[in-house]
Design a protein. Sequence first.
Length: 229
Amino acid sequence: MATGRADDVATRVMATSLFVFDLDGTLVDSRRDIADSANVVLASCGLTPHPDEAIGGMVGDGAAMLIARAFAAAGQPAPPDALDRFLVAYDSRLLRFTRPYDGIPRLLEVLATRGTLAVLTNKPIGATRTILDGLGLAAHFGDRVLGGDGPHARKPDPGGMRQLIAAAGVQPAQTMMIGDSIVDLRTAHVAGTRACVTRYGFGFHNFPLSELTATDVIVDSPLELLTHL
């Protein structure tokens, strides 16, 4: 946990009644499917594939930014149809290797008894729904799932978070954003909520710990979050 008065932090976290989850690197380990899809596009252009770990570090700002970063790292600009080709490749791989992180099903069961659960991701909503449905997680969130192709700008813009907060009838101070990347942390801070950073996620690569505040927490496994409630 970031530095600060432990009793004050605990009191505020106990008041949390809306838990907003990122998807990739937080609820599910989707790194291999994403990396395989990006590498298919790179290979089709005669470029050397990147390791899964390298692709994982490019995730967080949406598919367009991911594919742009993958080509930039290969030393070549992305062709105009690269994003479309990536989306086609990924749509056929959404659930090949993607699985919930150990402890996620139990964490969601427990948190559902304490508040409202939602998902806020920069992944397109169709792919997000397919993954949540396919892995048996969708029932925990109902219609409280927002993707990166919705009416709001992508994270770290706070629009999606504010919509979820308003729909739940809570205040930002009663809300926690749970995610693995700096994008998620900044979303929480701009929206006025607390953050839980999932160090186990692949988006934690090069995470700037200096941006954490006294009310933010870091966990090394999903169920560790319960120790902060």
